[in-house]
Write a protein that binds this ligand. Sequence first.
Ligand SMILES: Nc1ncnc2c1ncn2[C@@H]1O[C@H](COP(=O)(O)OP(=O)(O)OP(=O)(O)O)[C@@H](O)[C@H]1O
Length: 780
Amino acid sequence: MLRIQNFEGDVLFLDNKEQRVGAETMVGTPINGRTRQAFTVVNGGGHDLCPSSTPPSNAGSDYGVIEFTREDVEALLNEKAKRKDRFNYKERCENMMDYIKRLKVCIRWFQDLEMYYSLEQEKLKNSLEMTQKKCIEIELLLKIKEEELNSIITEMRRNCTSLQEKLIKEEMEKSAAVESLVKEREARLDIERSHSTLSEDLGRAQREMQSANQKIASLNEMYKRLQDYITSLQQYNGKLHSELSSVEDELKRVEKEKVSVVENITLLRGQLTVSVSSQEEAIKQKDVLATEVSSLRGELQQVRDERDRQLSQVQILSSELEKVKESTKHSSTELDSLTFKANDLEEKCSLKDNQIKALEEQLATAEKKLQVSDISAYETRTEYEGQQIFVNELQRRLADAEYKLIEGERLRKKLHNTILELKGNIRVFCRVRPLLADESCSTEGRIFSYPTSMETSGRAIDLAQNGQKHAFTFDKVFTPEASQEEVFVEISQLVQSALDGYKVCIFAYGQTGSGKTYTMMGRPGHPEEKGLIPRSLEQIFQTKQSQQPQGWKYEMQVSMLEIYNEMIRDLISTTTRVENGTPGKQYTIKHDVNGNTQVSDLTVVDVHSAKEVAFLLNQAANSRSVGKTQMNEQSSRSHFVFTLRIYGVNESTDQQVQGVLNLIDLAGSERLSKSGSTGDRLKETQAINKSLSSLSDVIFALAKKEDHVPFRNSKLTYLLQPCLGGDSKTLMFVNISPDPSSVGESLCSLRFASRVNACEIGTPRRQTNGRSIESRLSYF
Ligand SMILES: Nc1ncnc2c1ncn2[C@@H]1O[C@H](COP(=O)(O)OP(=O)(O)OP(=O)(O)O)[C@@H](O)[C@H]1O
């Protein structure tokens, strides 16, 4: 409330609004003795008192548009009458009137303002109602929300309770964890103590690692260089291959030429024999004619001599006759006798003349015949000489072709050997057999895949185990689809090496039932599925035959043994079998300084054809120790060693070669738990595993280039010593089963094979020295 006191001292009370408006619209009067002519026009002024909108103007009043400020109103209300003369009522009255006027104006302004405010109030009331309605709605909404929130809160409370329960549990766990933390802290202290010692070790190890890293860097450098070298070797290898194929083509061409030359020579030889015999006939005839002519000439000469003698007699007689005639004194009888003699002689002479003529005619015909036969003999001779020249030419060409053939063969052997050397000495081929009828495997269950990238195509195999991939690369990988023929093609060059005078060793390694015997021997009764051993022998005997025309003669010897429970058994001899585990004979293995191996008392058989060897193989297969295991119906319980020794002599070049071909079917590795072996079978399995583990020890020692390689740890490794650590060409087949249940064994076999692949042995040496009885008995 605003207290307003008028000039008369009356006090007026205005409510705040009025008070505020009044304050703004106070009528201007002389304040402090000054008279205001016009009221202050307030437009937006006095904001502190004025409502938000402009108050209504009191238009039409005596003062026009008048607005009051607080000060104006206060000044108006506090205005005091100026009394010059207290009793001048007129003046007082006028002042009062003026004051009242101004008050009226002010009041009117207030009234207008009030009206305006009542309108405003109305508006505000309306909006208040609206707002209240809205408030009610909002309250309703709020109630709904509140209910919702209440239900959420109830839910939250429930959650809270469960969380509290959990919290209690957690806290219990926490206390347990705290306890264990305490323990751990203690342990950590221990660890920290050991950590400090380990840190020292680590420092040392890091230093070592640094030097190792340096070594690795230098090794990487070397590896790069080696890679480059390998690439250049591979290029060289490719070149050698192409040269080899061109040499082989040339060889084939020369062979063909040789065959046609030999055919020509045989034809010409036939012709020559015919012409030589006709020439001999003609010479004989000529000789007969010549002797005839000479006898005729002798006779003619005799007749001529006789004639000459008789002619001289006739002459003598004629001169005598003349003498007689001249003397005429001689008796007529004497004369007659003389005449008779002369006539007789003349007759004889004419007879002789006739004889001479006949003889001369005979001589002429004989000489004609001689001339004819001379001409035909000359013709035959020239023909003979022509043919002789042709034969000589053919023989020269034949010798040339044969020389080229020998040279080509020599070059082929050299190239072939270079290729094998480039491929590395112990090579490893991996063969995965197909799934057998009783093994089933879905596509997802397949554990092997064969990457086909450019560099590793046909050489790589990936094994998947528990979602992990293990990648391996070998010299060759045969998929289950590979046939026996395809496998043999890859080793045929190696077999050829044995004929060229090298020691060759091919062995099959793998888990039991993985296909080793199938690879080496084949499937009995299925010739198209015969294995590497019969195929190798067929090739060797075929080559032996085809090299005969070049002067090569070969002798072959075969021996077969098995190592069963660490004992050697002769598979050819029928008298020395192990009966009930008791050995008949004790065989000992010896190596000489040339790396040749001898097994004492072992039967060695001379063989001349593949059939003979097939017979012996059959016999050996029947004698071999075979048994049934859980993994294989026909499991080989021993290591089978087939040895073919080859002695070759070239009669035209005096060259001698001495090669050995060892084909080995190892017994299958197997886990005792999986094999289900007991009794004797268990003993066998243990012996097999022991010798195979000795084999891996030897391989690892060789791979690490250790000074001591434990060859003597088993009969198998001791027997294989020249192949593994010596100068032979060695190839290992790692046979793999595709059965997912054998994945563990397959991984072990692949790992072992990859170690073998990394193994380096000595450089293969060709044996071209002379033969000796001792060397004939040697093995590997
Ligand atoms: N490549 C293949 N194609 C077809 N069948 C095969 C192949 N490899 C092996 N088999 C078959 O698998 C079975 C087991 O093979 P095999 O006897 O050769 O195994 P193994 O490794 O010699 O076993 P163990 O070490 O027990 O003697 C045989 O029935 C054989 O015929």
